[in-house]
Design a protein around this ligand. Structure first.
Ligand code: GLN
Length: 536
């Protein structure tokens, strides 16, 4: 029998529901429970695939090719288990399903309404993962802040779900803020009281309050919150600001969030959580023996959330190398032939980020020229790999104005061009080459050595590809296709023969890096940057 935990947020957005959900899930998993986390987002987009990264940060792609919210990345990084389309549902998807069924005549002449039809569809989706039989506990994070017009149907669905399920089969955790008023020198509980009142108006009594705070909560304050919000005092959980998100599971353990949850769900807490490898990771993260500075060249650098998985993959790879990775965010739009050397000097490695469209493209090319010519470790991801191919075409093969047809439809040398299968597609949502694809690695290549195997699966999200008409020319000049898709011959990895570390992948390795399994490409890129730092 699956148990359900709902996580809502109050007072403000950005309190970190995703991290709290992932941390609780980690603790429950470490006690031996099979746990998954799903996120319900209140916006009308069917999925975040069509959103600009400036809106909600990076789009996280799952194995099954779903374009999802970046919180799913946290779930995977913490739990080391894959998520899927079922783990991220939006208002848009709920309405789409209901409207499609209405068009099919499934409602038999009835008026289709928010209650019960939309809320029924939400509840059906709450249960899908639980009904798979694969999980003991399903944690559902409700996006947005309680009180928003947009998330009302989700909150109403939670109310109905709780009413319909057994008393010990579900619970609600409400995440709130306890602000510190510097002038008064005090933590204030009123916003939390009001936020809980609002939940009560919607018919939901939260079982547990997780209180974000900059200062420790005193026993008196906890009692006050408990009294005003109708919860047990041990259900008032402090969530103090942490220096790294990876501390949060241990902070929640100390606050006994997992114990309180298990006791309310009438589940056993006799197996103490096994967090040895997590603590080992934290130990290495916090005690680096070296430091490297890597540049992350991209056009969304004003918003670090746009590169969330890359930044986290650097943290995992850094810990593995016992090395602090300082990421220098470099705006590709500001890089020119003239200033590239000045801006990039002193870096021990450069990663050129994924992206879409022409803005900042030429700056990425300049960055790659600099690191290729100066033997500085280079790692290109998706568009970053395509830029490496263009740069090599222009500056090594002498293919003047070589480009990707995404940037220049009339380039004389389309070394990157649109995949055949993409040419007749006009709809934008969910139509790229998405999700896990197979790749064979070339024997003796750097890629094969890094992965330590011959066949890999990596996640994709793109429309353009290396143009195989140029393959021979590239190989002869030293840029080799070290990873190729076995079924369609698409080049998935390029590397330079005569360079200490120059690797570009058409896929997104950052999406598969977790605390338990740092991605080998990141681990080796950091190691190469460290070697460069030691030499220079
Ligand atoms: N814009 C490129 C393409 O569509 C790269 C995409 C990406 O970096 N994810 O192929």
């Amino acid at each position: 029998m699956t148990k359900y935990i709902f996580v809502t947020g109050g007072v403000t957005s950005s309190l970190g529901k995703g991290i709290i959900s992932a941390s609780l899930a980690k603790l429950l998993q470490a006690r031996g429970y099979r746990v998954t986390i799903q996120k319900f987002d209140p916006y009308i987009n069917v999925d975040p695939g069509t959103l600009n990264p400036y809106e909600h940060g990076e789009c996280y792609v799952t194995e099954d090719g779903a374009e999802t919210d970046l919180d799913l990345g946290h779930y995977e990084r913490f739990l080391n288990t894959p998520t899927s389309q079922a783990n991220n549902i939006t208002t848009g998807r709920i309405y789409q399903n209901v409207i499609n069924r209405e068009r099919e005549g499934a409602f038999l002449g009835k008026t289709v309404q928010v209650v019960p039809h939309i809320t029924d569809e939400i509840k059906r989706n709450f249960r899908i993962l639980g009904e798979s039989g694969n999980y003991d506990i399903v944690i559902t994070e409700i996006g947005g802040t309680v009180g928003d017009i947009e998330s009302l149907p989700f909150v109403e669905a939670v109310r109905q779900f709780r009413w319909e399920s057994g008393i010990n089969d579900s619970l609600v955790i409400h995440l709130t803020l306890i602000p510190f008023l510097a002038a008064a020198g005090e933590l204030k509980t009123k916003p939390t009281q009001h936020s809980v009142k609002m939940l009560l108006e919607y018919g939901i009594q939260p079982d547990i309050l997780v209180c974000r705070t900059e200062h420790h909560l005193t026993a008196d304050l906890r009692k006050k919150i408990a009294l005003f919000c109708n919860v047990n005092v041990n259900a008032v959980i402090e969530s103090i600001d942490a220096s790294t998100i990876y501390d949060v599971p241990l902070l929640m353990l100390k606050e006994q969030l997992d114990r309180t949850v298990l006791s309310k769900l009438k589940l056993s807490s006799k197996n103490e959580p096994d967090l040895e490898s997590w603590k080992d990771f934290l130990g290495r993260l916090k005690n680096p023996t070296a430091e490297v500075r890597v540049g992350l060249v991209g056009k969304y650098v004003e918003l670090p959330d746009a590169y969330k998985s890359i930044t986290e993959a650097f943290i995992h790879a850094g810990a593995k190398n016992e090395c602090k990775v300082r990421v220098d965010y470099i705006h590709s739009e500001q890089l020119t032939k003239e200033n590239a050397i000045e801006r990039l000097k002193g870096l021990h490695g450069v990663l050129v980020a994924p992206g879409f469209g022409e803005r900042g493209f030429e700056g990425k090319i300049e960055a790659i020229r600099y690191v290729r010519e100066n033997n500085i470790p280079f790692f290109g991801i998706c568009l970053g790999m395509q830029c490496a191919v263009v740069e090599f075409g222009r500056n090594v093969l002498g293919l003047e104005n070589a480009s990707s047809t995404e940037m220049d439809a009339n380039t004389p040398y389309p070394v990157i061009s649109m995949m055949e299968e993409q040419k007749n597609i006009t709809a934008k949502g969910g139509t790229m080459r998405l999700g896990a694809q197979a790749c064979d690695l070339k024997k003796g290549s750097k890629a094969a050595a890094i992965y330590g195997k011959q066949h890999i699966m990596e996640r994709h999200r793109h429309r353009y590809e290396f143009n195989n008409e140029y393959l021979k020319q590239y190989e002869e000049a030293g840029m080799i296709p070290s990873g190729v898709n076995p079924s369609n011959g698409l080049v998935e990895i390029v590397e330079l023969k005569n360079h200490p570390f120059f690797v570009g992948g058409q896929f997104h390795p950052e999406l598969k890096s977790t605390v338990a399994n740092p991605h080998p490409l990141f681990v080796n890129f950091v190691a190469a940057s460290l070697a460069y730092a030691r030499k220079s």
